[in-house]
Design a protein around this ligand. Structure first.
Ligand SMILES: Cc1ncc(COP(=O)(O)O)c(C=O)c1O
Length: 434
């Protein structure tokens, strides 16, 4: 029987070849690890979720359930999110991001996740084949979010050893922009991931200012993805930099307000990935109108919306939730540092944000594959990924995160302590060649 692929459009036929998130989830979910009920199951220390705080959200919601009204099952206020949620989120951002100009609920656009926001920005801010500048390495979702439908190209900025969190990195952005322009790519925006995923570091104020000035000079948008903004924790390393939101700076001194947009959401800090709620602060009326014209395709449900509002409105609970979250992240991070130090595995010492650490396994890249054939370059990293997989472990490889060279991995440590220990045990076992 024919596959039926000939009945699809060309773009459908391309998509039918994958990859798909559904397939990825299937792999991990078939035999998920549980320290008590399934200790030999598959461990995923690749996906970034605030695992250790999920029970706190469930407990809060079970204690404070949303009481729905009949109108909550209608189309309600439309796709932008209820005014209740937008007000709750504006208050939350005003409390934790310390903006100079208070966040106005009318400037917040909710969608079913930041993933959708990137897709929408890709569609409204760019023409096909236009470029978005992004520092290497970068969150693995961005090429898919911007590229799949909107066909935006990621213009990666390599740093060749220059500290990408320093002002000196601006020259690298200039070089990448120049190179893209000379090959006919129109760059329309920079994606700033602050705090950075996967590096887990925050940007110093002088670098944020220099990046804004760079965007302003070239009249390109800056999208500041601050989705990990309140997952910043204590670390022993003195080089760690505290998180500063671009909103807290006197940013109009450095960039046209129409060019600066801030992304946030429920998925990370607030342990609500399943709520599917992301928001964008847009003070640019034209962009806001364009986004509103397609938001009905990315609408989250009112039940999710009101659940999120319920969490955000309980200011006392939120304060203690975020405190506990940061304490747990700090303690897991310390555990990972200790285990890696004991084994002499290098990692990014200045990381103090997010749920992950960027670790350096270049020394352990294999020279041969399973068939004993010599391998080189990214093949060596893929071989290590396969070995982890065979040891029932998923770790995010640098290749999927646009790393500059093979051998760097992102390890997620926001799990229960026993899961972190077992995950790292399996990882080290592979490095030991067992
Ligand atoms: C930096 C960053 N931005 C955006 C997202 C997507 O978030 P959402 O769950 O809101 O789609 C992720 C998810 O991993 C992320 O790490």
């Amino acid at each position: 029987m024919a596959s039926g692929i000939e009945t699809l459009a060309q773009r459908g036929a391309v998509l039918a070849q994958g990859p798909s998130l559904a397939e990825k989830f299937k792999k991990f979910m078939a035999d998920p690890h549980d320290p008590d009920s399934n200790p030999s199951g598959f461990i995923d220390i690749g996906t970034a979720e605030n695992h250790a705080m999920l029970p706190e959200v469930a407990a809060f919601m079970n204690k404070h359930p949303v009481h729905f009204k009949a109108k909550d099952f209608s189309y309600g206020e439309g796709p932008m999110g209820t005014l209740r949620l937008r007000t709750a989120m504006a208050n939350h951002m005003n409390r934790y991001f310390k903006p100079r100009e208070p966040v106005d609920p009318m400037h917040l656009h909710f969608t079913n996740g930041c993933t959708s926001l990137c897709d929408m920005l890709g569609y409204t801010m760019f023409d096909e084949e236009d470029g978005i500048l992004i520092a290497q390495p970068s969150y693995s979702g961005f090429p898919i979010d911007f590229g799949t439908k909107a066909k935006v190209r990621l213009v990666h900025v390599p740093f060749h050893g220059v500290d990408q969190f320093s002002v000196a990195a601006i020259d690298k952005f200039e070089e990448a922009l120049k190179k893209a322009s000379s090959s006919g790519i129109k760059v329309r925006a920079m994606m700033l991931c602050s705090p950075h995923n996967p590096l887990g570091q925050c940007y110093p104020v002088d670098t944020l200012i220099a990046l804004m000035q760079f965007c302003n000079k070239h009249r390109i948008h800056m999208i500041s993805d601050e989705i990990y903004g309140t997952s910043v924790y204590e670390v022993p390393d003195e080089s760690a930099v505290p998180f500063v939101s671009v909103l807290s700076l006197d940013y109009e001194k450095y960039i046209d307000r129409n060019l600066l947009h801030v992304m946030y959401g429920m998925s990370k800090d607030l342990a609500g990935g399943g709520l599917r709620l992301g928001c964008l602060l847009v003070r640019n009326e034209v962009l806001a109108t364009a986004l509103n014209a397609i938001n009905q395709f990315h609408w989250s449900g009112i039940a999710n919306d009101l659940t999120a509002a319920q969490m955000l409105e309980d200011v006392e609970w939120m304060e203690s939730f975020l405190k506990t979250s940061c304490e747990r992240l700090a303690s897991r991070n310390a555990l990972v540092r200790q285990i890696l130090d004991e084994r002499g595995v290098p990692y990014s010492k200045a990381s103090n944000a997010g749920f992950f650490m960027w670790i350096d396994l270049r020394k352990w890249l294999p020279d041969t594959n399973g068939k004993g054939e010599r391998i080189s370059g990214w093949e060596r990293e893929r071989e290590l990924v396969e070995r982890f997989f065979d040891n029932k472990l998923n770790v995010s490889p640098g290749e999927s995160q646009s790393a500059e060279e093979p051998g760097l991995f992102r390890v997620v440590f926001s799990h229960d302590e026993r899961v972190v220990r077992e995950g790292l045990r399996r990882l080290l076992e592979v490095l030991d060649g067992k």
